[in-house]
Design a protein around this ligand. Structure first.
Ligand code: LLP
Length: 436
């Protein structure tokens, strides 16, 4: 086992989140707790205002209050399941665009909800038909199944350009190693199948992976343009997909979003010139909109030494935040000491941070491959609060009931006040639906 020290180069004492004392949140709602800062989400939505459509990949953080917040910020939504369609509707999204004839100089109407997947399970096919939801199809089978139920529908094709990239091999969604999208060389055949089925192809979408970098994402624009030309004049919307990175580790910075937009805008302009009509340009971020808004508040419950290594055990585990065990992901951490003694500067120490689960992989400070690392944190005592940061994307949504642990509560902080937006599960919730 390799002992890698993960050193923090930022202040690691945190007494508040968006102006609300961490201790108040823990006292009011209990721990472990997810807290989101609404203003950070709004700011991230504004960062992308240049795009015609920002479509939130709600799989990153699908609490209804967060969906409502991004909807009010003018952001559309992506849904990958019947459950996500249900959430979008419950948060106030209209199922489909008002029908209006597209004219050459106006942007085509936007689909408020788009269902994106590589298959229709039977429920999701029923749901898209029932609500008339636009579909982004990642397989030719989807086209035929949709045509049988929604004759004459217009669709988007999700195309796998033959290459991909992600922060982990598990989040790379392009190339032969990925099940996602229609293979780029199959497009002529798929277009023929769509035509026979009576569908029109109005959208083209590529998403090569999550947590990648702009250099890799930039390659997508060129690949998309080639496929767009194959599809031809029926195309009215192109989507750059998601994948925008956020800085997790000390020293990482935000990407140059202006340059990224310009690249895609140029692609769009060339296609508009070729087709003689306007093309709507979409982006589909998940992580970028919510990651930095989210914090997991946990309580330190035990400190122990195993040989030379010190462990700090908190009441959140990989049942609460799975990214470290799944991908070896790094999340910044800070300590909120229980003692309100601002003058006392605690000494720092290297600790491994773990949770309550009966599994050795239940460690927040691990690297890819499951190697336990340590983090340099202020010396902690039982009862202190540990805050795990940048946890607002793929955090709560990937939480589980492993070890029969209830799902944590979620809280939204806005303008200095806070409210519960999802109640903590109870022991009764855990056994609901079970019989002996
Ligand atoms: N569009 C499609 C079709 C996607 O599959 C995804 C993410 C997104 C957009 C949003 O990607 P983002 O902007 O968030 O990078 N659980 C992993 C991430 C899995 C992403 C799955 N698809 C993690 O915790 O890093």
């Amino acid at each position: 086992m390799i002992d890698t020290a993960q050193h923090a180069t930022r202040p690691v004492i945190r007494r508040d989140i968006a102006g609300v004392p961490v201790a108040d949140l823990a006292r009011t709602y209990g721990t472990p707790l997810y807290a989101y800062d609404a203003e950070t989400i709004r700011r991230r939505c504004r960062d992308l205002a240049a795009w015609d459509t920002v479509r939130f990949a709600q799989k990153a953080c699908s609490n209804l209050a967060v969906l409502d917040l991004v909807r009010r910020a003018g952001v559309m939504v992506d849904a990958v399941s019947t459950g996500e369609i249900h959430r979008a509707l419950a948060a106030g999204y209209r199922p489909h665009a008002p029908s209006a004839a597209a004219t050459a100089d106006a942007l085509p109407p936007v689909h408020p909800i788009v269902y994106t997947a590589d298959i229709f399970d039977r429920d999701s096919l029923d749901a898209v038909v029932r609500h008339g939801i636009h579909c982004n199809c990642g397989s030719a089978d989807m086209l035929e199944q949709l045509a049988a139920r929604m004759p004459g529908a217009s669709v988007t094709l999700r195309v796998n350009p033959g290459f991909g990239h992600g922060h982990s091999q598990k989040t790379n969604t392009g190339g032969e190693g990925s099940k996602h999208g229609i293979w780029h060389e199959e497009i002529p055949d798929v277009l023929r199948r769509a035509e026979w089925a009576g569908l029109s192809v109005s959208g083209l979408h590529m998403h090569i992976g999550s947590g990648t970098d702009l250099a890799h994402l930039a390659e997508v624009a060129e690949a998309l343009e080639r496929v767009a030309v194959e599809i031809g004049r029926s195309l009215t919307t192109i989507s750059a997909g998601g994948g925008l990175p956020v800085p997790y580790k000390p020293g990482e910075e935000h990407a140059d979003l202006g340059g990224y937009f310009d690249l895609w805008n140029d692609t769009r302009r060339r296609l508009e010139e070729r087709f003689g009509h306007r093309i709507r340009l979409e982006i589909e971020p998940g992580r970028y909109l919510t990651a930095e808004s989210g914090f997991v508040i946990t309580e330190v419950r035990a400190l122990k030494r195993q040989g030379t290594r010190k462990y700090l055990l908190v009441d959140a585990g990989f049942n609460t935040l799975a990214r470290p065990v799944l991908y070896g992901s790094y999340h910044p951490m800070s300590l909120c000491p229980a003692a309100d003694d601002a003058a006392a500067a605690p000494t720092a120490e290297d600790v491994a941070v773990g949770g309550p689960l009966c599994e050795s992989g239940d460690i927040f400070t691990q690297t890819d491959g499951g190697f336990v690392a340590t983090r340099n944190l202020p010396a902690a005592a039982v009862g202190d609060l540990l805050v795990i940061e940048i946890a607002g994307a793929y955090g709560f949504v990937m939480a589980s009931n492993y070890n029969s642990k209830p799902l944590p509560a979620e809280v939204l902080i806005d303008g200095g006040s806070h409210r519960l937006v999802r109640a903590r599960q109870t022991p009764e919730d855990l056994v609901r639906g079970e019989t002996v």
